[in-house]
Ligand binder design. Sequence first.
Ligand code: CP
Length: 340
Amino acid sequence: MPDNPRDLTEYIMFHIVDTSIFDRPVLDDLCELTTLVRTIAKSPEGARCLQQLAPTKRAMLYFTQPSTRTFLSMNNACHILGIRTSEIRNAAVSSEVKGETFEDSLRTFSSYVDLIIMRTNEAGYAARGAALMDSIPRPVPIINAGSGADQHPTQALLDIYTLERSFENSGGISGKTIGMMGDLKRGRTVRSLARLMRHYEGVKLVFIAPDAFAMEPDIKAFLAEQGIPFEETGRLHEALPELDAIYVTRVQSEHDVDDESSAVNLAPFTIGTDELGLLKQSAVVMHPLPRGPEVAIEVDQDPRAMYWRQERNGMWMRVALIAKIFGLDQEIRALATRID
Ligand code: CP
């Protein structure tokens, strides 16, 4: 980081492995860039100008764990900037089936592209990929698009953007009480988002989960260390009136070892019309999606339901992030002043 943390013109991003690289000026900068990009893209001329920013760049999407929105939003974010993409979505169709190691596979991708965006079933692979890149002559940036039950840093960025926009007339995220509900134990989105809360003053977190899916001790220790107050409860109805946002997550049953999710009663951890009645009119309901039964379809009609906007924000935030990695942010700012 430069000495003056407000001067981000010299600040270069490379690997995005976890949320620890983001501080408040960087988060504010990315949020501002996201709004600029989405505004520019509204006009056909603006969209064409964005596509001229990186037509010589190529990106690889290496997703060996299922994904709909992260894959599509990353892919489309690249296309918005004119970046061409290639993909592997199943290790069974790569030379990994012939015994090629993860490291050799990644090094091979880096021979062909300028950016690797990757999602894996297991934690730690994005970090391994970044370490490998840092040891070879032609390193390319690695973006972690979800690593096991551990981290989902770009989801946390779009969540921050959505929260900031939701509270833009009430002081932003600072001072807000944010509930996180569901499978907090294995939900990488809440783990990444909780960590970013250290950059916002006066935030309080309320973890609402059955005992079996309680937030892991490492995150609670981190929050305690950072002086971020949090509560844990299994009583959703008692918690709801206090919340400015509730971030709902699904059961991460893909991480079950022995079908243990089926033994947990999640019925008390759902949002429907009764629960909306207990929530402030100014509050928002968020969800990283895909959803299960934890948010009723009827909630979609309520203006406090923010998850579809959150999903779309993800594409614009990822455009901003990729633009930042390729050092295109100043060109985007210049475009914004030129295009109404
Ligand atoms: N929120 C999210 O990561 O969704 P996908 O699994 O569909 O990418």
